[in-house]
Design a protein around this ligand. Structure first.
Ligand SMILES: Cc1ncc(COP(=O)(O)O)c(C=O)c1O
Length: 448
């Protein structure tokens, strides 16, 4: 089967001629009502997300500010799932009949779309996984167990999500290796000067998040990858909070492994991907074993399928991956440069507005929107974040409260927990205004 991606460096849909990266769009781009003067129009985009038209049980409109946990889904993605189940539900790579062939073609077409979306040179380098966590575990198991031995070092950072920490803990415990951590500054920026020193330990792997799910920090991934490579290390990047929000070009970053989840990028749960350089995937043993990942099976031995199928054991989540392809198409038509500009503009509005309305509010993370995604962690002094979230919920405002699967980061910042608001393409200034009003209500209820 031929599944070659034809990367489109601009990230724009064919034929729009729309420039990327937030520069003013020409007249051709304005044909799409979701884009005006080169910028996203979130009020128009919202209408494509059915859930955003619903109300909560208190009768308040839903103000969804928890997109870093999972994003809402546009009609185009819901339709892709619906069409699959109504019209061509069949297993992939098996059925020699019409709907089986249609299902296989759609599943493999989704792989090409995903490859193109992150500018991967070859769609065979995209392994579908259930989520970013599974993709990291795949690398820790398949690459890690053949590459890490006694005393070998893996460098991580203090801001990692548990998904990019615990698999490496298990690996070094089993293989007698060591973990080292790049520290952060108090405002959540990686200390590259210390990274440089850690690289003298000649680590085998450096693994770090592209964008912090808790602080929003956008890490200088290309620079860090270059530094790691110069020291002889391979690089894994956790792109779970980057692929939905900033233009990602794995070729330009030049990492070795890049992982992300579909459900945070408008796609269904159960979809996600690992991108890795072909020679690495070819040199790695399988992760899970069973059907689909084999070429030949004998009673006492088996031969593996080619990549990427070698890593896709069992029946995959076909509908979800087809939905991931639809989500990649959806975001491409918006243009990832515009998505990034929209979220940056929201952040430029939100940070000063929150501080002005609530001077006592504790805000965390870098205050420079140029190096920060649409994630706003905060605390209302004297009120536990769970209580903050509960009172906000009464106003229809959904935020997350807790440690956001970054307990070591919270320890580093000496915080038991935080509340977190996070944005996506459908987030508006009105949502932020609702958050600000909701925080006033929290203070009223708790008398602080
Ligand atoms: C930075 C980061 N990495 C990894 C993950 C894990 O994603 P999933 O639960 O979809 O595997 C998350 C989820 O919040 C995340 O924010």
């Amino acid at each position: 089967m031929t599944i070659t991606a034809r990367p489109d460096a601009s990230g724009n849909p064919p034929g729009t001629g729309a420039p990327e990266g937030g520069s003013p769009a020409g007249p051709a781009a304005t044909a799409d009502p979701r884009i005006r003067d080169g910028c996203l129009v979130p009020e128009v985009i919202r209408a494509e997300f059915p859930i955003l038209a619903t109300a909560t049980s208190t009768g308040k409109p839903l103000v969804y500010l928890d997109s870093a946990s999972t994003s809402q889904k546009p009609q185009a993605v819901i339709d892709a799932l619906d069409t699959y189940y109504r019209e061509y539900n069949a297993n992939v790579h098996r059925g020699i009949y019409e709907i089986g062939e249609r299902s296989t073609a759609a599943y493999e077409a989704a792989r090409v779309k995903v490859a193109r979306f992150i500018n991967a040179p070859d769609a065979h380098e995209i392994v579908f996984t259930r989520n970013a966590t599974e993709a990291i575990n795949l690398v820790a198991y398949a690459w890690g167990r053949q590459s890490i031995g006694r005393g070998d070092v893996i460098v991580l950072t203090e801001m990692e999500h548990h998904a990019n920490l615990v698999p490496w803990q298990l690996l070094v415990q089993e293989r007698d290796g060591d973990l080292e951590f790049i520290p952060i500054t108090d405002d959540g920026i990686l200390r590259l000067d210390v990274f440089e020193v850690l690289l003298r330990l000649r680590p085998k792997l450096v693994a770090f998040t592209h964008v912090s799910n808790t602080l929003g920090t956008i890490n200088p991934v290309a620079e860090m990858t270059r530094m790691a490579h110069e020291a002889g290390a391979l690089v894994l990047i956790d792109g779970a909070q980057a692929v939905p929000h900033v233009p990602v070009d794995v070729g330009a970053i030049d990492a070795d492994f890049y992982v992300f989840s579909g459900h945070k990028m408008l796609a269904p749960t159960g979809s996600g991907a690992l991108w890795a350089r072909r020679e690495l995937l070819e040199s790695m043993p399988p992760f899970l074993a069973g059907g689909e990942m084999i070429r030949e099976v004998h009673l006492r031995r088996s031969e593996w399928n080619e990549i990427p199928w070698k890593f896709e054991a069992g029946t995959p989540d076909i509908a979800a991956e087809i939905g991931l392809g639809a989500a990649a198409d959806y975001l491409r038509t918006l243009g990832m440069g515009r998505v990034r500009d929209h979220e940056r503009e929201l952040l430029e509005y939100a940070l000063p507005a929150l501080a002005a309305a609530h001077p006592d509010l504790a805000l965390y993370g870098p205050m420079d929107p140029a190096i920060r995604g649409g994630v706003v962690p905060f605390n209302v002094p004297g009120v536990h974040p769970h209580d903050v979230a509960q009172v906000l919920d009464r106003s229809g405002v959904a935020v997350r409260a807790g440690h956001h699967c970054t307990m070591p980061l919270h320890e580093r910042l000496d915080l038991p927990a935080t509340a977190r608001a996070s944005f996506n393409v459908y987030t508006t200034r009105t949502d932020i205004d609702a958050l600000i009003a909701g925080i006033a209500e929290v203070k009223r209820v708790f008398g602080v």
